[in-house]
Design a protein around this ligand. Structure first.
Ligand SMILES: Cc1ncc(COP(=O)(O)O)c(C=O)c1O
Length: 358
């Protein structure tokens, strides 16, 4: 390997965060959401790290589940969007996947393809997110109309739109709406994502579905939650060039940064093609040899530039943390005008993931 650019995956942090989220909801089972390659951490890595701990995993789409099965992951897997095409019903049955069905079209597919031996079916109910799911009335009707394929072990699933804000009454409204349906059916439920698990104990159901919290970012508005979880990824690269520039000179594309005094610029071997956000502006912090230094100039495809004038001795080959154990991803996401979910999931395949235990 030539470049020193890596995403270090901290297995102990993943285990710690999972245990912590489980401890908040001792009456629930906690499945870990490892869609989008486990938010960039590597779905197979995370499934292996949590192999003897997590009772189930969730992915968005069938292909993600199949990849896990091919890697020998035999834990229960829930496919959150259910089948996008009819043929996936057969794959779901053959690969022992549980599908979350949000529309009667999908139920028709299951009935046609696997009438006698259907895959496990959970039912998605729209209680206010208005993205996926049946109305509570339609869900109730579907339970009767499709009783041939929906088993007694069906779980009613809903998703919270604003659980990250503990002052937002929309969550309580969603919970109320859902509770009425649940009471009528007597079925098990799955409601809570990471923010709901942290901030809304009333949402803890038979199954919670946690993603971001396991990966060590704060899913809540309230920054005080950050210290409860540990970062699961350190994105790091190294200094590949150093130069002294004079006051008044510019750095990078579009001359977006001008030196106010004689300065030392370090060029780092990571860019937006690796998933470091191009939207990070001048001043976004990185850690050079453990010290904060500001981005100077636009992020380019394979490199970025940092003002290391105040850092002291910097040499080619020195490590730079873009986010991770000592510089929280949440801070970098704020500088990029986005959320940590996006930063994590955008770390590109060019960046090797290296799993580390302490
Ligand atoms: C349906 C569903 N459940 C659970 C999750 C996990 O959410 P979080 O990463 O906030 O824990 C997601 C993530 O987007 C989701 O779409």
């Amino acid at each position: 390997m030539s470049r020193q650019t890596q995403a270090i995956i901290h297995a102990d942090a993943i285990i710690h965060n999972f245990d912590y989220l489980c401890s908040l909801a001792p009456q629930s089972q906690t499945m870990v959401v490892i869609k989008a390659d486990a938010y960039g951490h590597g779905a197979i890595n995370v499934a292996r790290i949590l192999r003897n701990k997590a009772p189930a995993f969730a992915v968005a789409i069938t292909e993600e589940a199949i990849k896990l099965r091919e890697a020998g992951i035999d834990a229960p897997i829930v496919v959150l969007e259910g089948p996008h095409q009819e043929k996936e019903c057969l794959q779901a049955r053959d690969e022992n996947l549980t599908i979350v069905v949000h529309d009667t079209t999908q139920l028709e597919w299951v009935k046609r393809q696997t009438p006698t031996q259907p895959p496990g079916i959970w039912l998605k109910v729209d209680t206010g997110m208005h993205r996926l799911g049946m109305t509570p009335e339609d869900a109730q009707r579907a339970l009767t109309d499709y009783s041939q394929i929906i088993g007694d072990d069906c779980v009613l699933v809903t998703h919270m739109a604003s659980a990250d804000d503990t002052d937002n009454s929309a969550t309580a409204n969603q919970l109320d709406k859902f509770a009425r349906l649940v009471k009528q059916t007597g079925l098990a439920v799955s409601i809570a994502n990471s923010p709901a698990t942290l901030g809304w104990p009333a949402s803890h159901g038979n199954w919670n579905r946690v993603g971001l919290g396991v990966f060590g970012s704060n899913p809540m508005h309230d920054a005080s939650y950050l210290s409860r979880v540990q970062p699961a990824m350190t994105l790091r690269a190294s200094v590949i060039a150093l130069r002294h520039i004079k006051a008044g000179e510019y750095v990078g594309y579009g001359q977006a940064w001008q030196a106010q005094k004689d300065s030392i610029i370090a060029t780092i071997g990571i860019g937006y093609a690796d998933g470091y956000p191009r939207h990070c502006s001048n001043g976004t912090p990185v850690l050079v040899n453990g010290q904060r230094a500001p981005l100077a100039g636009r992020v380019s495809m394979d490199m970025l530039t940092v003002d290391v004038t105040e850092v002291g001795q910097v040499q080619i080959g020195d490590f730079v943390e873009l986010w991770g154990e000592k510089l929280r991803i949440d801070e970098v996401a704020a500088c990029a005008g986005t959320i940590s979910y996006e930063l994590m999931t955008r770390v590109s395949p060019r960046v090797p993931r290296v799993v580390r235990y302490r």
